[in-house]
Write a protein that binds this ligand. Sequence first.
Ligand code: ADP
Length: 290
Amino acid sequence: MIYDDSAEKPQSECTHDCSSCTANCSSKEKGEKKSFLEKPHELSNIKKVIGVVSGKGGVGKSIVTSMLSVLMNRRGYTSAILDADVTGPSIPKAFGVKGEVTGDGAGGIFPLASKTGIRMMSVNLLLPDETTPVVWRGPVIAGTVKQFWTDVIWDDVDFMFVDMPPGTGDVPLTVFQSIPLDGIIIVTSPQELVSMIVAKAAKMAQMMNIPVVGLVENMAYFKCPDCGREYKLYGESHISEVADTFGYEVLAHIPVDPRLASLCDKGMVEMMDNDYLDKAADKLEAMLGK
Ligand code: ADP
């Protein structure tokens, strides 16, 4: 994804918004789709931006986002999380991150860092109390997320994970349009109408020209800690058929894991010790040409 900065257009005149821009650029003349992409802070340097999406809340999008950032961090990459799930922000809690957000005095905002150095920004870090509900309308939510991208100083980040607002409505669409995602990971759970969720997310990604890195099935089964038997709590999974239909890869089948949930509740997700998302991490690593 690129900001619309074709050579014909004087960079200084372009406002990156064709509705207000006076620059006479080629994309405007040709009637091409206008770009709503926002520029990151001038001190930001982010190599890959990965959106983690889901059809609805509660399927494990945040837990997958958290685990991916931990895995990439363990592999020696600098990882960061932009928590765009403004009405259900759970990222700082999973990492036990609290504290005052500070700025550089010139409009730039510094993200907070977890114990192992994963940087993050979330509306929860800005609220006086994490139980305060965010009762904002869509445009305010979308504006906040945009600011997390444009005003936060994300310097030297190899992988930024964006915990996207759930669904395919107005708010996720605005986020999709404003942040230049390099790929998305679709998280589903077997209780959902998986094929419909994937089809919707796929269409949204296609509209925006963003590649789908793969699918993650969460809460796929439960493994009995006593006998080791696996129970499919929500019936047979159809994720593989759906993935085949769309030509996507299934990156993980994550079980219901009470220990993982408990680590998140205690703010200790960085202590996780599972290999559920290793294949996804390999795929992300390959995006950096490694
Ligand atoms: P979302 O971001 O999609 O709204 P979350 O990641 O916040 O969903 O997960 C919702 C709840 O379910 C959280 O309490 C989380 O700890 C729990 N959860 C998610 N996935 C699992 C899992 N595989 N095993 C156990 N608990 C899980």
